[in-house]
Design a protein around this ligand. Structure first.
Ligand SMILES: *Cc1c(COP(=O)(O)O)cnc(C)c1O
Length: 355
């Protein structure tokens, strides 16, 4: 009976942060930008010629590609574009990790990596961060099938200086090293400057966080021409027209508005510092953040309990029920007003419990 059941591929998927449909919530759980995208994006969408939607989108993404080469010291042939960096990363895993040896990534990092390893049958090993949640570069030297480093790391928010990324590259010349820079714009130097020196480096970035375009799904990889060609070949064996034309136009517009982009990033950095200072006063210990979120703990508070309390008050943050990090909350840096509401509810929680 129903023998087909045995033939179905079963996977344990990645669980994204919830996107609840509740009125008046403060949503600080998925590291979205609290500010709208550049006004140029609105203009590009308004002026978009809808009759063009009858045609397939540009495979080359020429306009977006050329806009991106203005932001980075790379040529058009060094860019691979995709539907969000999740798609780009998944294709990188499929294309670059084909060794018998395990690929390496930290025990505390983006939890999609092990999901892709399972999906593509890639052996992997999680390397523990040190007691301060820092990556120990030496742990990644040699004898592996590839490396993935998120920098700044998530959910820790900690940035590793680029000289250590270079050390990891120097000691792994025979495998591909992916640096996932989803949060690099909020603090730190991109590994892009190492591309000329290391042909085994792949830098992945996204327009979902710092460019405020999570809904449009644009991400990209930067690497030497040969690696980009390998990625294109795998993509074209699966789905040639990945990026839709509206997304291409919107992202190209955002790419050209660096002034607006920098002002949003600066606002977020200022709010981040204020949030950390206020939490300090309430007895929280927050890891040093170079991202648009913080990772914080309080010895006197059960993180899970505070998470549930905040949720009941319409403030959604992220809690991971996992070893090493189940005493912490990851909180996206929202607008000042949103952070004020978060702080008020945290104070209410502390007050109610001590009564
Ligand atoms: C958000 C995030 C991504 C994915 O972003 P996309 O929206 O798919 O571009 C990738 N890596 C990390 C570490 C992230 O936090």
């Amino acid at each position: 009976m129903e023998l087909w059941k045995d033939k179905i591929r079963k996977v344990v998927p990645y669980v994204p942060g919830e996107q609840p449909n509740m009125p008046d919530i403060v949503k600080l759980n998925t590291n979205e930008c609290p500010y709208p995208p550049s006004p140029l994006v609105e203009k590009a969408i308004r002026e978009f010629n809808t009759s063009d939607l009858r045609k397939y989108p540009s495979i080359l993404c020429a306009e977006l590609r050329s806009a991106l080469t203005k932001s980075y010291p790379v040529g058009a042939e060094n860019l691979f574009l995709g539907n969000g960096s999740d798609e780009v990363l998944a294709l990188c895993f499929q294309t670059f990790f084909n060794s018998e040896k395990p690929i390496l990534f930290p025990d505390v990092t983006y939890s999609f990596y092990d999901v892709w390893c399972e999906l593509y049958n890639i052996p992997y090993k999680r390397i523990p961060l040190d007691k301060d949640f820092r990556i120990v570069p030496e742990d990644y030297y040699g004898n592996n099938g590839g490396i993935v480093i998120t920098n700044p790391n998530a959910p820790t928010s900690i940035y590793m200086d680029i000289e250590y990324i270079e050390k990891i590259l120097e000691n792994n010349r025979d495998v591909i090293v992916i640096v996932d820079e989803a949060y690099i714009d909020f603090g730190g130097r991109s590994a892009v400057c190492l591309l000329g020196k290391y042909s085994n480096l792949v830098v992945v970035q996204t327009y979902s966080k710092s460019r405020a375009l999570a809904g449009i799904r644009v991400g990209y990889a930067m690497a030497c021409r040969e690696l980009i060609e390998a990625l294109e070949a795998v993509k074209n064996s699966f789905n040639s027209y990945t990026l839709n034309s509206l997304s291409q136009a919107a992202a190209a517009a955002a790419a050209l508005d660096n002034e607006y982009f920098e002002s949003c990033v600066n606002k977020i950095k200022n709010t981040r510092q204020r949030l950390i200072n206020e939490l300090d006063k309430l007895g929280f210990e927050t890891l040093p953040s170079s991202a648009n979120f913080i990772f914080t703990a309080n010895k006197n508070i059960e993180a899970k309990e505070l998470f549930a309390y905040l949720r009941s008050k319409g403030v959604i943050v992220r809690y991971f029920d996992k070893p090493r990090i189940n005493d912490r909350l990851r909180i996206t840096v929202g607008t000042d007003k949103e952070i004020d509401r978060l702080l008020t509810e945290i104070k209410n929680f502390i007050k109610e419990r001590t009564q």
